[in-house]
Design a protein around this ligand. Structure first.
Ligand code: FAD
Length: 381
């Protein structure tokens, strides 16, 4: 194999594969340390992969708003859908305006693989280091050395180690002078302090909630788990939570006043699981009796379940997190082509950057949009 390439892509995930499908007329190699491509896409969205969302704005992301806006504008959700649908992917719009693959995420990986313009695919091979001499990069992998004019780091974050992650993107960024914004697991379950350990007894129960994390409102279902709380609303809230309190409304769109004259027991009349209602009553020290018999002070206390404040202890960690927030500082990345302003012809795309989307298809959309900007920039050279 001639080991000199115009472009070497590191990472065969969503951003790397989209880049590979859009790059034109360049001798390109892809290094992927998993045996197969797109491993994370295959497990995304419960195997059906939430490709994008009908509504995508910079407000759906953590990160620099102008940087995000500029990339999304270049390759937005409609372009993403057209890209896949025109290549035969059947999509389904489900709740919260999320678009999924109708059958399976494998179809999406197959389309990207088929469209990729790769000269060489090196799977089962790990990138270990990169150096640069006289404008040419040398990439040291677990099996060989490659040389390249352009290097595109599409190596993802630190979440979900079971599908193959590494710190290589951050390592290379730092080595060439780029700043890293502190990383943390995100879109992840939250663990509990002792006072909320009673939630663990409710493992398996889910309910619709509204969670406030800072100024952000996250709606959806909450799942009680052995380790703490999880489910879409919690994952979404974890994006904004760092330390300190969140608040949960266990009865969204319900006014407790409407039950004031009810002669049914509180745990029966509240439209949540009886086990959850009973546990919350015990926690608040309120006897489960006819709603109408609650004293004024008991009724006031009960209102806490519409705004239950507590401080999570931490998160379930990177291994359970869907994404990694933080990453390569976009203040040092050109929004024209995703090139590092610290090192010519070194590019960063996808989750390795300090851009993180909410739950709902935004992270794959980011992977695709940032890949487009990068490929388009290199194609124009
Ligand atoms: C369980 C789960 C479900 C998810 N569901 C959704 C969803 O439905 N919708 C959504 O928008 N987002 C979802 N996400 C998030 C989304 O999958 C990621 O944000 C997205 O795949 C990131 O794309 P990427 O190309 O930046 O990184 P990745 O897809 O992680 O790709 C990076 C690739 O680089 C490879 N790599 C890393 N280090 C090296 C190295 N040293 N040498 C060689 N190769 C290396 C990795 O093996 C990997 O294949 C989910 C994530 C998880 C974990």
């Amino acid at each position: 194999m001639n080991n000199f390439f115009d472009v070497v892509i590191v990472g065969g995930g969503a951003s790397g594969l989209m880049f590979a499908s859009l790059i034109k007329d360049k001798k390109t190699a892809l290094i992927e340390h998993n045996q197969k491509l797109g491993a994370k896409i295959l497990i995304s969205g419960g195997g059906k992969c939430n490709i994008t969302n009908e509504f995508v704005t910079d407000k759906h992301f953590l990160g620099d708003a102008n940087f995000v806006k500029s990339a999304i504008k270049s390759f937005d959700q409609n372009v993403t859908l057209r890209y896949f649908q025109s290549r035969g992917l059947k999509t389904a719009k489900l709740k919260n305006n999320q678009f999924f693959c109708d059958k399976s995420a494998k179809e999406l990986v197959d389309i990207l693989s088929k469209e990729s313009k790769l000269h060489t695919i090196l799977t089962g091979e790990e990138l270990l280091d990169v150096d640069k001499y006289d404008d040419i990069f040398t990439l040291k992998t677990s099996k060989r050395e490659l040389r390249a004019r352009h290097v595109v780091m599409a190596s993802g974050g630190l979440s979900y180690a079971s599908v193959g992650v590494s710190e290589i993107g951050y390592k290379i960024a730092k080595k060439f002078g780029n700043n890293i914004i502190k990383t943390a697991p995100a879109l992840v379950g939250l663990t509990l302090q002792k006072e909320q350990f009673f939630f663990k007894e409710l493992s398996g129960i889910s309910c619709d909630v509204v969670i406030k994390a800072g100024e952000h409102i996250c709606e959806g279902s909450l799942l009680f788990a052995h380790k703490g709380i999880s489910g879409p609303a919690v994952l979404d809230a974890s994006l904004y939570w760092e330390k300190g309190e969140i608040s949960i409304d266990f009865l969204p769109n319900i006014k407790l006043e409407d039950f004031r004259n009810s002669n049914k027991n509180v745990s029966t009349v509240l439209p949540i699981s009886k086990r959850l209602a009973s546990a919350l009553l015990i926690h608040l020290g309120i006897e489960d009796k006819k709603f109408s018999l609650l004293s004024k002070s008991e009724f006031e206390k009960l209102k806490i379940i519409k705004e239950y404040h507590f401080s999570p202890a931490g998160t379930f960690g990177y291994n359970k997190a869907e994404v990694t927030k933080g990453g390569v500082d976009t203040g040092e990345i050109s929004q024209k082509n995703m090139m590092s302003t610290k090192c010519e012809n070194l590019y960063f795309i996808g989750e390795v950057l300090d851009v993180t989307g909410r739950l709902g298809g935004y992270n794959l959309q980011w992977a695709f949009s940032s890949a487009f900007v990068c490929a388009n920039g290199i194609n124009k050279e």
